[in-house]
Design a protein around this ligand. Sequence first.
Ligand code: CTP
Ligand code: CA
Length: 226
Amino acid sequence: MGEENANKFFSGMNIMITAGPTREAIDPVRYISNHSSGKMGYAIAYAASQLGAKVTLVSGPVNIPPPEQVEVESVVSAQEMYDAVMGDIASQDIFIACAAVADYRVDNASDQKMKKNKDQGLTLSFTQNPDILKSVAALENAPFTVGFAAETQDVVQYAKSKLERKKLNMIAANDVSKPGLGFNSDKNALIVITPNTKFDLVQASKDSLALSLLKLVEQEYKATQK
Ligand code: CTP
Ligand code: CA
């Protein structure tokens, strides 16, 4: 193996990454969403392609140009993201769920712009969206699955329970209550948890964290192949 290829552990592998928020329509002009910028997912997609992977990035609406050499599949709602992921998951070696998927969608979204009702409030009802990550991990030939957990309290405890509940190989947790980290920031810090170990990736740029995270993915992926 040449020097260049030696550093490209993911050569010949397919990696799918979800990124960004999803939008859940209320009517044709309004939606419910969240503050995810997509930066972490896009940084991981770029780093994975630099490390030789063929990357498919299933992305909610974000303001980031698509990374070079990465195939971007743009989606809007959680259901669309689910369909895009499931449609192409069979060929993937690794799945990294970075997206901030809306847990709920609005029941009976109106196909016409809603009009306000004089002096009256508005009550919306919601249905739970499918859990994309959990569905991937439950597949018979599941790829190596990595989840993210953005938490505001009891970060490690909540992340661990997600790792177990969703039967993941790895989860990267971040404390979004810390000012300047996480959502919309260029920096982050991650606690990476596997069924047997825990690694601290201290505060750094999302680009540098993406590389550190992929190093851990490489290490753990190799361990599962033994
Ligand atoms: N996730 C997903 N599909 C969903 C919800 C979440 O793929 N419908 C993924 C996220 O991309 C993330 C992980 O699951 O990798 C954890 O998301 P999070 O919102 O922290 O967990 P939930 O299981 O939704 O639990 P809660 O929001 O109640 O904390
Ligand atoms: Ca959630």
